[in-house]
Design a protein around this ligand. Structure first.
Ligand SMILES: [Zn+2]
Length: 670
């Protein structure tokens, strides 16, 4: 009797306040035949992985790709409605509708062939001296196709000020090492690249033998540039990329090119400070202006223009570009459906116009509020962790807490939407519309130089399934696109939300203290705020993770480059640790509910592992191991959990189990 009353009372008391929350567990997605302490990734995701082979249009497939696909479906609805909207529609609706419709009209693209870039190619053909070459390189700044591109970035040592930067580029393969590596796969890619460039020249109307010769010239030209570039590991050190100077200083590096021309193009005052990220590269490029025969420069410029335009030209160009960029490099068998390509293009070029519609329909204000609460709970947790971190000197601790307090959190979407009224979109002129939007955006970016930084600026569009930390603005950002199930589920219990989006929040916060982020202070300035002893201890912690990823076998004898992935791996480790403690903190000393036969801790870790239910094609996996600072998804789960005693306890894993690193080798960030 008493018991019944008790249940009744409990139901009465709890039902209105706590609606039934999903456990977040999908047993059919797991593989119970695999032991959690053997391979937790497989245990948590094996069922899903087996049922969901990589679609022929994708290089990688998994949780975030499925979320992305769902967001794309939503964008499709918005774009189809916009394209069909009766006049007078709101201007931004008309723009996204027109650009989408123009993109979908492949018959019109095919009918135009190479015509959209004909004028540009003719201009290149007319180059007859160094002055004309210089003028062309300046003009290419507008489309960011010049090998050394100007861009706006805060001064790394005075982050309140946006200054001009000159980057290093101009290569077509994914990374400079692709021009030099001698392994079989790299040699094969270079062979395919030569054939690809050759076929592209044939499409431009070049006879076969000359096309083959042109391809060799392009390769030789790019190899020279690649040889002067920093490696992707060297580039991780912000000090290696910081060389601030004035315009005269830049011009002293490039006796053959006057940067005043490029400054004029974007109306930059000559007093604008410049950071040359790779002076060695810039010098080399300048030498090439006179060392490389003019005809070879022209060959490369034609290639550059055609390659960049190919996805927006007729079918033979689109197919050729797809074959090399997707099939050869990543193993993808079929292009994305046209509507997905088009929604991606609109998202990339008119992100705010499309994003505001996405947010209005699919991102309720309650979602933003719950996310804000989680961010603040993680922040408070990290503050406590830093306060009790006995390995840090008081001074370092104080600086770290100041940095944490200053983290600026962006959630969902920008406060103000950009106005694209300067962009000219015509349904019968797809290529020109893409260029108009591209140039408008380029001018917009460049116009930031000389102005104070703008907190309203986002590095990703609202439907994007991703998040970021920006060290110079000391901010973490979570677009609405990632704040969707299963990563963020308004109907799910806290354990699964902390394991998924909580770990993402922690990951981005962790970037503030990784191998790169730790070099920036609370104001986003590149400044050493660690005592020398603490820096040394911090580097021991990072060395632990570097060693772990250097030695993890990812299959076929392949390994990660620990120094390349260390920042992301530290973000994962610090992030999950933090999310776990924040979850425990949110329980205020109680235990979380057992649901569907799993404890709250178990569901937290299962939810984390599900985020990384992602598989790459073998080609894409190799590309990522060479270029991606993120570890492979499977090892983001395994590598992180191997270091966490909280996980070992939740699943009863013992020393010697594959999911347990020997205690003396377990890595920790905090
Ligand atoms: Zn990251």
């Amino acid at each position: 009797m008493r018991k019944l009353t008790g249940i009744f009372l409990l139901a009465l008391a709890l039902a209105p306040a706590v609606p039934a929350q999903k456990s977040g567990i999908h047993r059919e997605d797991m593989d119970p035949s695999c032991k959690p302490c053997e391979d937790f990734w497989r245990y948590a995701n094996g069922g899903w992985i087996d049922r969901n082979p990589i679609p022929p249009q994708q290089a990688r497939w998994g949780t975030m790709a499925v979320m992305n696909e769902k967001n794309r479906e939503r964008l499709k609805t918005i774009l189809e409605e916009a394209a069909a909207a009766k006049q007078p529609a709101a201007p931004h609706i008309r723009q996204i509708g027109d650009l989408y419709a123009a993109c979908m009209d492949t018959a019109a693209l095919d009918a135009r062939g190479v015509e959209p870039i004909r004028a540009e190619l003719d201009q290149i053909a007319k180059i007859s001296d160094l002055a004309a070459l210089r003028a062309t390189l300046t003009r290419l700044q507008m489309t960011a196709l010049a090998p050394a591109s100007l861009f706006a970035l805060p001064d790394l040592k005075n982050s309140k000020e946006m200054i001009a930067n000159i980057g290093a580029g101009g290569i077509s393969l994914p990374d400079r090492d692709y021009y030099f590596r001698e392994d079989q796969r790299s040699q094969k890619i270079r062979e395919e690249f030569l054939k690809h460039v050759e076929r592209m020249f044939v499409l431009l109307g070049e006879p076969q033998d000359r096309a083959a010769e042109a391809a060799r010239k392009v390769m030789a030209f790019e190899k020279e540039l690649a040889g002067a570039m920093l490696t992707n590991v060297e580039r991780r050190d912000p000090y290696a990329r910081y060389h601030k100077m004035d315009l005269a200083g830049v011009n002293a590096l490039t006796p053959n090119y006057d940067w005043r021309e490029a400054f004029r193009l974007f109306h930059l005052p000559e007093s604008t400070p410049v950071n040359v990220s790779e002076p060695k590269f810039l010098k080399k490029l300048d030498e090439q202006l006179t060392a490389v025969p003019l005809e070879d420069w022209k060959t490369w410029l034609r290639w550059r223009v055609a390659k960049n335009a190919a996805p927006h030209l007729s079918k033979p160009f689109r197919d050729e570009d797809f074959y090399f960029s997707s099939t050869v490099l990543t193993g993808v068998r079929e292009p994305l459906p046209r509507w997905q390509q088009c929604s991606n293009t609109v998202d990339r070029l008119l992100g705010d116009a499309l994003g505001r519609e996405f947010v209005a329909r699919y991102f309720p204000p309650q979602a933003k509020k719950r996310m804000q609460e989680m961010v603040e709970n993680l922040r408070a947790t990290l503050r406590e962790e830093l306060e009790k971190a006995d390995w840090l000197a008081p001074e370092t601790k104080k600086n770290a807490i100041a940095k944490l307090n200053a983290f600026y959190a962006k959630i969902g979407y920008p406060d103000r939407w950009r106005d694209y009224s300067g962009v000219e979109i015509r349904r019968d002129r797809y290529f020109e519309s893409v260029r108009s939007a591209g140039e408008f955006n380029r001018r917009y970016q460049m116009s930031k130089i000389g102005k104070p930084i703008d907190r309203n600026d986002w590095g990703m569009t609202p439907p994007t399934v991703n998040a970021y930390y920006n060290p110079t603005m000391n901010e973490i950002a979570f677009p609405a696109g990632i704040l969707q199930p299963p990563l963020f589920d308004m109907e799910a219990d806290d354990a699964v939300n902390y394991g998924a989006i909580g770990a993402v929040i922690g990951h981005e916060m962790g970037h503030g203290f990784d191998d790169q982020g730790s070099k920036y202070d609370a104001d986003g300035n590149l400044r050493e705020w660690w005592t020398p002893e603490d820096r040394k201890k911090f580097e021991e912690r990072t060395a632990c993770v570097i060693d772990q990823f250097n030695t993890l076998d990812v299959g076929e004898g392949l390994r990660h480059n620990g120094k390349l992935v260390v920042g992301e791996a530290l973000g994962d480790l610090g992030g999950l640790t933090l999310a776990y403690r924040a979850y425990r903190r949110s329980l205020k000393g109680k235990e979380g509910p057992v649901l569907d036969g799993f404890t709250a801790d178990q569901r937290f870790f299962l939810s984390f592992a599900r985020t990384w239910a992602v598989v790459d094609r073998p080609e894409a996996m190799r590309l990522r191991l060479n270029t991606d600072p993120h570890p492979l998804p499977r090892f983001r789960a395994i590598g992180t959990l191997q270091n966490m005693p909280e996980f070992h306890k939740a699943f009863g894993c013992k020393p010697g189990d594959p999911m347990v690193r020997p205690p003396e080798k377990q890595c920790r960030l905090w």
